[in-house]
Design a protein around this ligand. Structure first.
Ligand SMILES: [Zn+2]
Ligand SMILES: [Zn+2]
Ligand SMILES: [Zn+2]
Length: 246
């Protein structure tokens, strides 16, 4: 499968409006610190599935030459992961949308003016879109009730998206993440900043070792990291437009 990182930023995006920090200045000059809001593309070569639809969706699809989206999966209902869904207005009717019931209830309520084909999914029960198998699993992103990660399997390879989460991930979910070929992990802040909602980079590196990921790429990154080229010497940071073939 081919995975394209369409948006590796956090809710704010980089550059942050009005900010003149080193990462934001690099982003404004066109450097890799420029990060759109969360969106990932999974493709089996035929079917294209978006994981999350951040508010920058239209630009992400056009800039990356993605002409067709076959389905959308939402990890949770925060606006930085859902806000771009309205960009399918008059572009694609009855988009198949997948997610946990409460995530779909909330998000589809916000997008009541759109048409969609709703597919409620229970956590830990695999479902297929094209040749790819997806499984939602529970993570921990207080204060919201439900936030999910996603396991994707295709042709004997496995990728894990942690979704937005802190380190307190249920054991059943950790079991499902173990020995993955690729871990795409939330790592919003550098090591000196900690919040309840997300893993910082130290947490994400720890998780990667704990589940024995063969390769890890850190995403959902804020502008508070040093500029990308500098930070990426130390950590395996993703960047917008990055393509991984598994
Ligand atoms: Zn987020
Ligand atoms: Zn900044
Ligand atoms: Zn969130």
């Amino acid at each position: 499968m081919r995975i394209t990182l369409l948006g590796t930023g956090d809710a704010v995006g980089t550059p942050k409006i009005g900010c003149k920090c080193p990462a934001c200045l690099d982003a404004k000059k066109g450097g890799k610190s420029k990060r759109y809001r969360p969106c990932l593309l999974f493709s089996d070569g035929n079917v294209n599935v978006l994981v999350d639809t951040g508010p920058d969706l239209r630009t992400q699809l056009i800039d990356n030459g993605i002409d067709k989206v076959d389905a959308v999966i939402w990890t949770h209902s925060h606006r930085d992961h859902t806000g771009g869904f309205g960009d399918f207005w008059r572009v694609k009717n009855f988009m198949p949308v997948y997610g946990e019931k409460r995530v779909l209830d909330y998000t589809l309520g916000e997008f009541h003016f759109m048409t969609f084909e709703r597919h409620d999914q229970e956590m830990y029960i695999p479902f297929k879109i094209g040749d790819m198998e997806f499984t939602l699993f529970e993570v921990n992103h207080p204060p919201i009730d439900v936030s999910t990660g996603i396991r994707v399997r295709n042709n004997g390879k496995t990728a894990i998206v942690t979704g937005d989460t802190n380190l307190e991930i249920p054991e059943r979910s950790l079991d499902l993440m173990r020995d993955t070929d690729l871990l795409l992990a939330d790592a919003i802040f550098p090591r000196d900043i900690r919040v309840q909602k997300h893993m910082n980079i130290d947490d994400a590196v720890y998780l990667s070792k704990k589940v024995n990921a063969k390769r890890s790429i850190f995403i959902h990154l804020s502008h508070l990291f040093p500029p990308h080229d500098e930070a990426a010497q130390k950590y395996s940071l993703g960047y917008d437009g990055m393509i991984i073939d598994l």
